[in-house]
Design a binder for this molecule. Structure first.
Ligand code: GLU
Length: 441
């Protein structure tokens, strides 16, 4: 039984990188019929905001990434405290009293000597008296997790393959601040154990955290989950640009980007599979495989998203969009307009050509005579446009643009637009005649 989790901190809106991580965790769970937990990492009371929790939920719902359970770190402080005490008793957590400045100085000295800035474990050298003296001065300790330098830090990463760290080259991480508040590392591990998480899939920026957390799992007597770290998502020009990619779902929605376009793109971006406008999630799920994920950063390109979106919009059935269409727009209307739009919102613009009023250009006398003839020739049958244009072609010898453009301009006020064969029946006979007559003047 697979259990995955998406663990955002509610300190901001989800951006495309978070969405990708959420999606992949959702996909892993879907493919095995397992659980997908939404875990709100809100131990940072100062920066966490309820409005972001709501926005995260709303965004995931909009994307169709339904979670099976929701958990909140702020409700689990007792569990963290219990784990803390156990680990402390076992000698794996120790108090440290250095100030920020002292630590900074130590770092600088090491870096100046060309050495990695690893914490020197100075706090472990303190005698009981020295500690008592600090406490007497009113200095409260922060807390570090003591890495076991002899325990191998290895795992077979779902994306990166065999991965290894040397514990001696890592600093003992601070896990708790002097005010008692928690840093990310320990609560996350406690949650993964208690919530039965079997697969942790997250960004590459967490690789060294994994090394540390593996020791936390073993120190707590738990089997570590399977880990996979995906390469980060970057913008086309390097960093995630200030354009669509860095923005959240509100920006996507506003731009008319369909959730299915985001899902199709993010399912495969950075993998060896081709990015295709696949609107059927079952198909994307079928081919989803961590083994196809590349090690190089995945490049997110707004223009690619827009292309995928257009292709997805062109596949959408009337039933799927009908609630979002202008009043009176039926299936035939949708089909007439669909090839001309790149977002569903654009239908309104084209639908206006059917409902009117339209604004016609000035016509030359020659074209006026032509349009008069068109009005007389118009017969309302199966295919009024086909019949009208072939009659006019025969009668006038006009062809191409000369034949079609004045008609399109008179009937829609535009030089281009949806297929007239589909549009004319929607405009209707009476309205078509009245537009032609108005053009004649
Ligand atoms: N709250 C953490 C983050 O957003 C979660 C990381 C994790 O998946 O363990 O980076």
């Amino acid at each position: 039984m697979v259990t995955t989790r998406f663990a955002p901190s509610p300190t901001g809106r989800l951006h495309v990188g978070n969405i990708r991580t959420a999606l992949h965790n959702w996909m892993l769970a879907q493919n095995s019929g397992g659980d997908f937990i939404l875990r709100i990492d809100d131990t940072d009371a100062e920066r966490s905001r309820e409005e972001y929790v709501d926005a995260i939920r709303a965004d995931l719902k909009w994307l169709g990434l339904d979670w099976t359970r929701e958990e909140r770190q702020s409700t689990r402080l007792d569990a963290y405290q219990a784990a803390f005490e156990k680990l402390r008793e076992a000698g794996r957590i120790y108090p440290a009293y250095e100030t920020q400045q002292e630590l900074e100085l130590k770092r600088k000295v090491l870096l100046g000597r060309g050495l990695p800035p690893i914490y020197d474990r100075g706090a472990l050298d303190l005698t009981d008296e020295q500690r008592a003296a600090k406490e007497a001065e009113g200095i409260k300790p922060h807390w570090r997790f003591k890495l076991d330098h002899d325990e191998a830090l290895e795992w077979v990463d779902g994306v990166r393959g065999p991965t290894k760290f040397d514990a001696k080259l890592l600093s003992d991480p601070v896990i708790r601040r002097a005010d008692g508040s928690w840093l990310y590392m320990l609560p996350s591990t406690v949650d993964d154990v208690d919530m039965g998480v079997t697969q942790v899939l997250r960004g590459e920026d967490h690789v060294s955290n994994t090394a540390v957390q593996i020791q936390m799992f073993t120190a707590m007597g738990a089997e570590p989950p399977a880990f996979a770290h995906e390469a980060l998502l970057v913008g086309k020009e390097g960093k995630l640009s200030k354009r669509l990619g860095s923005l959240g779902c509100d920006a996507f929605r506003e731009k008319g980007v369909e959730p299915e376009a985001i899902i199709a793109l993010l399912s495969r971006l950075g993998t060896s599979l081709p990015v295709e406008p696949i609107a059927d999630r079952a198909k994307l799920l079928e081919t989803f495989d961590l083994g196809t994920f590349g090690r190089a950063p995945a490049k997110f390109d707004d223009a690619e998203l827009e292309r995928i979106n257009t292709a997805i919009v062109h596949q959408m059935s009337f039933d799927v969009v009908k609630d979002r269409l202008p009043d009176g727009m039926d299936k035939a209307g949708w089909h007439a307009v669909q090839p001309n739009i790149s977002t569903v919102g654009e239908v309104a613009e084209w639908w206006r050509l059917v409902t009117g009023p339209i604004e016609q250009p000035e016509f030359s006398d020659e074209d006026k005579a032509y349009l008069k003839l068109a009005c007389e020739t118009l017969v309302w049958g199966e295919d009024p446009w086909g019949a009208l244009t072939s009659e006019l072609k025969e009668a006038t010898g006009r062809k191409g643009k000369q034949l079609f453009l004045p008609l399109r301009q008179a009937l829609t006020g535009m030089n281009h637009g949806p297929d007239m064969g589909e549009l004319l029946p929607l405009i209707g006979e009476a309205e078509a005649r009245s537009r032609l007559l108005k053009a004649v003047g």
